[in-house]
Design a protein around this ligand. Structure first.
Ligand code: SF4
Length: 438
């Protein structure tokens, strides 16, 4: 899009900030800058886009399609767009004529713009298979949907209104410079910043205090903090918005704080610091990274942190709220791409693709059911895939606490205590960097 200030475009990198960029000719080259009118980009970008003009003119840049000749051992040769499109169309047409479900679309994110959804919509409209879930952020997204019905959150530009910030497994300086600037602004106004991190190092440049947690065990720490918070907080807890308060309280009763902390590897002082942070004010912005949910039962970790933000009454409060998958998902709107009803085969589960593919292959005798990937080895029994499991019903048999002797490590509490609505290391230590603390 062209404006008086230049051509408006978007960063093409797979980055959650998804910067809006103004591009202008400058001295035989291009000048790129952050769009000053964009509420999140706000006139600045990271240094990566300075290389864009060089990359544009790089002799190594691929500017036309390549096709491999001579089978799998052959070399790639440049071809015209017409030839490449004809070849792709012919191959696709043959497969579609045979069985549309034999075509599988696998794609990445790219710029994360909504137009990327067109690719999926196009293949779905052909009756081809697509995938659901991802190896990246999907378990946490499913957790948010189970809790609140959507991956939605406060406007990220409100973070600077926070009276405290909790960076749970998130280092915005490394992964989201615009979020980092919001956190710095809040900190500059006196908001303490607490980072929960396994290594005790990441995020320390932004944080006043650091609480360490054993990797993959965030849910135990979050539930311990929840129990401590309920003893401390003197504001009303919005229980009327919770679907199953009794089940959640029962869950906490059955798992003593010390057991939960032993499982998370966090000293009690760390949990108490977090509990005090949430008890002091509802304006706590909780920013959750992707790492905590990239473990078995990782979605439950996001749910447990979500519970903290809920119990403290932070959800929907300016300066409060829980942020997950932000901001890329926030401004992405579902586009009602047309599909042909009744022609769409079930998408395959991306994290289980090695097992799903043989079962989905129409030529396979095992088509329609899960097949072992090796004919000589029986499939390993696996637990249901995280919170992606369709059931949102909580039952006591699904819940367990920290690992107990003889119990599988994979067990975890599975509370489902929200009512759907639109609200939005082993030796852990506390590291106070700001003199005097708070
Ligand atoms: S911060 Fe992210 S979106 Fe913005 S220019 Fe850098 S890589 Fe691109």
């Amino acid at each position: 899009m062209s404006t008086g200030a230049g051509i408006l475009t978007i960063c093409t990198l797979d980055c959650p900030d998804r910067c809006s960029i103004l591009c202008r000719p400058h001295g035989g080259s291009l000048r790129l800058r952050g769009n000053p009118d964009h509420p999140y980009t706000r006139d600045f970008t990271c240094a990566k886009i300075r290389r864009y003009p060089d990359r544009l003119r790089s002799p190594s840049r691929i500017t036309q399609p390549h096709m491999r000749r001579g089978g799998r051992q052959g070399d790639f040769e440049p071809v015209s767009w017409a030839e490449a499109l004809d070849a792709a169309c012919a191959a696709l047409s043959t497969a579609l004529a045979n069985d549309p479900a034999s075509v599988l679309l696998l794609r990445g994110c790219g710029s994360m713009g909504a137009s990327k959804d067109f690719i999926e919509a196009f293949f779905a409209s052909l009756g081809a298979r697509t995938t659901r879930g991802s190896l990246c952020e999907a378990a946490g997204g499913a957790a948010c949907r189970l809790d609140a019905g959507a991956v939605d959150m406060n406007d990220p530009t409100e973070i600077d209104k926070a009276e405290a910030v909790v960076l749970w497994g998130k280092n915005p300086r490394a992964s989201s410079i615009h979020t980092a600037s919001q956190v710095k602004a809040a900190r500059g106004r006196g908001a303490p910043v607490v980072a929960v991190t396994p290594d005790g190092a990441t995020a320390t440049a932004l944080a006043d205090q650091v609480v360490r947690v054993r990797p993959g065990h965030d849910r135990f720490l979050a539930l311990a903090v929840a129990a401590l918070l309920l003893e401390l907080i003197d504001r009303p807890v919005p229980w009327e918005q919770a679907a199953d308060r009794g089940a959640f309280e029962d869950l906490l009763r059955r798992h003593p704080v010390d057991d939960l902390l032993a499982a998370s590897g966090t000293p009690r002082a760390g949990a108490e610091l977090l509990a005090r942070t949430y008890a002091r004010t509802a304006r706590v912005a909780t920013i959750v990274g992707w790492g905590a949910q990239r473990y078995h039962r990782g979605g439950e970790s996001v749910r447990a942190v979500h519970a903290l933000a809920f119990l403290a009454g932070t959800l929907g409060v300016p300066g409060g709220g829980l942020y997950y998958n932000m901001p890329s998902a926030r401004h992405r709107r579902e586009v009602p791409w047309p599909t042909r009803p009744g022609t769409r085969p079930a998408p395959l589960i991306m994290p289980l693709l090695a097992r799903e593919l043989p079962a989905a292959d129409p030529r396979s005798a095992s088509s329609g059911r899960c097949a072992p990937t090796s004919p000589t080895r029986a499939p390993r029994p696996r637990p249901s895939p995280e919170v992606c499991a369709p059931s949102t019903r909580w039952s006591p048999s699904m819940a367990s606490g920290p690992r107990q002797p003889g119990r599988p490590a994979s067990c975890c509490p599975r509370p489902s205590f929200w009512r759907r609505r639109t609200w939005s290391p082993p030796t852990g230590r506390i590291n106070s960097e700001r003199p005097g603390g708070w």
